[in-house]
Write a protein that binds this ligand. Structure first.
Ligand code: PLP
Length: 445
């Protein structure tokens, strides 16, 4: 090996040649992990309350998954998907469709969430070409939201902190408001009236854009990283489904964060029993063991391709990558066989109950959650606001927690924190997480 390639611990991280998110920051070097813990090269253990951006659902260091990947690597790592299919890809499609909402019929595998959403919006366009409706091409979305970091998916995202620098390059996108109970000033944000109003706002948008030109609406069933765990009133998704049907618009649900058990159901939309036309997922499908994402396609959409051109004019070199799919097979099996979706539901309720004690702090406006997707939103105004520095409370609590080797993640919009622990985190570990936030908030005064 070349003299200039460092070995572990040889060279300080601040001399890194990697183009890091925070240039010049000395990142710890992760070398191992178990459950919710990441081990660094200096022997420290970090408690990961962010679950590696929500990807690590099952936990770090599961030998069965590592062995499945190694077995597949020994047999075949990659075969190009336009020439071959592979056993792990076929098995993964079977496993995913077994836990997907009813009415879903095919899977298309990619390398992550942005690719899944980019693919889904192209599938929506292709679907209407198959149906002989070439005038339908617009994709509508909601605010706040995050759908990915490619230019098309960023255009659809309501996440200014990441999209603003690219604004001249983004496509024009129109967005309807997400039902955001905390910020509805007119009463009970969980009421059917509020749900109906927000669904109506989406229908108004479709009508304004011209239903004959609208191909799809893309939305997260429960909001993720921009405003964690914001959940609509009970009637909202059913109404949105009806609106989409009325205007012949596909409903694309972005389950990149919420899929594979994160919210205590296999998919976030399972809380409402609504069938979407396309579902996108990533993260939990492989629990971070390999880069993997998927578009799950309803029978209705699949049939248009089957009876139409019979061709999917879309492909990436690494679509259906065998090694990633083998990781996916092992991860989904582990999820199901260990009953971890029910565990995320149960533990989520307990964690939420524990985290609600943070409401004792003036700064905390809301603690909300579904399964192990928890959001802590700080108040814009509080009795202490006059003394508050410009830096977000969330960022200060994150820095405090980092000094105690607890990884917390701020939300992208507003002043909020998100907790996305692996499903195998134990009670004493989330007590530590809540305790560090509590102390972080106390340290502000
Ligand atoms: N969609 C949602 C809801 C997400 O949370 C994310 C990532 O956080 C993405 C899309 C983009 O996924 P990726 O970072 O794998 O491209």
């Amino acid at each position: 090996m070349s003299r200039t390639v460092r070995s572990l611990g040889e060279s300080p991280a601040n001399a890194s040649r990697v183009f890091h998110y925070e240039i010049g920051r000395a990142y710890p070097t992760a070398v191992g992990g178990d459950r919710c813990w990441v081990h660094d090269s200096e022997g420290n253990r970090w408690l990961d309350a962010g679950g590696g951006a929500g990807a690590v659902t099952l936990g770090y260091g599961i030998p069965e998954i590592a062995e499945a990947i190694a077995r597949q690597a020994n047999e075949l790592s990659f075969a190009y998907s336009r020439s071959f299919t592979t056993l792990p890809q076929e098995q993964l499609a079977d496993l995913v469709l077994e836990i997907a909402p009813r009415g879903m019929g095919l899977c298309y595998f990619v390398s992550g969430g942005s690719e899944a959403n980019e693919s889904a919006i192209k599938f929506a366009r292709l679907y209407f070409l198959e149906c002989g409706k070439p005038e339908k091409y617009k994709i509508l979305s909601r605010w706040p939201s995050y759908h990915g970091n490619t230019l098309a998916t960023l255009s659809l995202s309501g996440r200014p902190s990441w999209s603003a620098p690219f604004s001249p390059m983004l496509q024009r996108a129109t967005q309807a408001p997400v039902p955001y109970p905390l910020h509805w000033s007119e009463g009970d944000g969980n009421s059917e009236r509020y749900g109906a109003m927000c669904a109506q706002a989406l229908e108004d948008l479709i009508v304004r854009e011209g239903p004959e030109s609208v191909a799809a609406v893309i939305a997260e069933p429960i909001v993720g990283g921009t405003s964690p765990a914001v959940t609509p009133p009970p009637n909202y998704w059913r109404s949105v489904r009806e609106i989409c049907d009325r205007h012949d618009v596909l409903l694309v649900l972005d389950e990149v964060l919420t899929g594979f058990g994160r919210t205590g159901r296999a998919f976030g939309i399972d809380h409402w029993g609504v069938t979407p036309d396309l579902i996108t997922c990533a993260k939990g499908i492989s629990s971070g063991y390999a880069p993997l994402g998927a578009v799950i396609i309803s029978d209705r959409v699949a049939d248009a391709f089957r009876t139409g051109s019979g061709t999917l004019r879309h492909s990436f070199t690494y679509s259906g990558h065998a090694l990633s799919c083998a990781a996916g097979v092992a991860a989904v099996r582990y999820l199901v066989e260990n009953d971890l979706i029910a565990r995320a539901d149960e533990q989520g309720r307990e964690l939420l109950h524990t985290a609600k004690r943070l409401l004792e702090h003036d700064e905390v406006a809301e603690v909300r959650g579904v399964g192990l997707l928890i959001g802590i939103e700080f108040a814009e105004e509080s009795e202490t606001s006059t003394t508050r520095p410009a830096e977000r409370i969330a960022d200060r609590v994150v820095s405090f927690a980092r000094s105690e080797r607890v990884i917390l993640t701020p939300a992208a919009n507003g002043d909020q924190l998100q907790l996305l622990p692996p499903f195998t985190t134990q009670r004493d570990e989330w007590m530590t997480i809540v305790d560090v936030i509590d102390r972080g908030l106390r340290s502000l005064h």
